[in-house]
Design a protein around this ligand. Structure first.
Ligand SMILES: NC(=O)c1ccc[n+]([C@@H]2O[C@H](COP(=O)([O-])OP(=O)(O)OC[C@H]3O[C@@H](n4cnc5c(N)ncnc54)[C@H](OP(=O)(O)O)[C@@H]3O)[C@@H](O)[C@H]2O)c1
Length: 271
């Protein structure tokens, strides 16, 4: 691993959030102390995210900005053009992390082609670091065998108490990759789990906070989204919660492989 770029814990997710809603969400998070914002070309909100970052008046270099390249931009050097378009919308000279949002469906575009282009974008200074998202164990191994592989810092994947994704998480971590856990609240589903509610009551916390603390206890960066400053603050404070080994073991039992993000172009997931 030649790049020692650490992703700040936690990040703020922005999927589904648009216009004034995402502007307000990013600004309040930055005010509360978040320094890591996760967007994507596919979210169609990069211009608003960029505006919120500028209006926060926090120096650019203090904020870690991630964007992602959609799978229709993987041929030849198109990933570089796609990243330039994202930067133009964000009105930024560089992002901190550029991810391949999904592996090329059915391996249609060879990984060497698009990871090579992504790494070229890094060499050109368009991004400080590169990474992947929704890659399986086999795809991580292939990526790491390529020249670009030594610059990959993270695999961003779905992780929450209902989908622990343990094999993939441990595989990535054993290869020195940081795991970023998306949908850490299973987009709200975790709040209905009696075990989480029970553990939360013992800690004078909420089920959402317990879910985030559990993901973070696995050395995973969490990127919950929230439109509400009170929730954003609670999500920051969740990382101070110290769950006991017994709490963690009880939450480990909730894993039922329940995916929220499972579109038709998904790779063959690890079980
Ligand atoms: N790489 C990928 O393919 C991929 C896929 C999906 C997501 N992501 C990234 O991961 C981020 C997180 O996923 P997500 O936004 O889909 O789902 P999520 O973070 O699991 O859940 C967000 C939902 O939880 C609620 N919430 C947040 N904090 C809460 C709290 N403390 N108490 C109660 N409710 C709370 C939010 O509502 P309020 O607004 O009311 O707080 C929102 O409805 C995305 O925004 C995106 O950046 C990446």
């Amino acid at each position: 691993m030649s790049v020692a770029i650490a992703l700040p814990q936690p990040g703020l997710g922005t999927f589904r959030l648009q216009d004034d809603v995402v502007i307000a969400s990013v600004k309040s998070a930055l005010e509360l102390g978040y320094r890591h914002i996760d967007t994507a070309a596919m979210y169609d909100n990069e211009a608003a995210v960029g505006r919120a970052i500028r209006e926060s008046q926090i120096p650019r270099e203090e904020i870690f900005v991630t964007t992602k390249i959609w799978f229709d931009r993987l041929r030849g050097d198109d990933a570089i053009a796609a990243l330039r378009e994202s930067l133009a919308k964000l009105e930024l000279d560089y992002v901190d992390l550029a991810l391949i949002h999904w592996p090329s469906p059915n391996g249609e575009v060879p990984m060497a082609e698009y990871l090579g282009a992504l790494d070229k974008a890094r060499e050109m200074g368009l991004t400080r670091a590169i990474g992947v998202s929704n890659f399986t164990i086999a795809q991580i191994d292939e990526a790491l065998s390529l020249p670009a592989g030594k610059h990959i810092v993270t695999n961003q994947i779905e992780v929450h108490p209902l989908l622990a994704n343990t094999k993939l998480v441990q595989h990535c971590q054993s290869k020195g990759l940081q795991v970023t856990g998306y949908m850490p609240l299973a987009v709200g589903k975790v709040m209905d789990e009696p075990v989480l509610q029970d553990i939360a009551a013992n800690h004078k916390a909420t089920a959402a906070q317990v879910a985030l603390a559990w993901v973070a206890s696995k050395n995973i960066i969490v990127i919950p989204s929230s439109t509400k400053p009170a929730h954003q603050k609670a999500n920051l404070e969740a990382l101070e919660l110290s769950l006991s080994a017994d709490d963690i073991a009880r939450i480990d039992q909730l894993d039922r492989g329940e995916r929220v993000a499972n579109p038709p172009f998904s790779p063959a997931w690890d079980q």
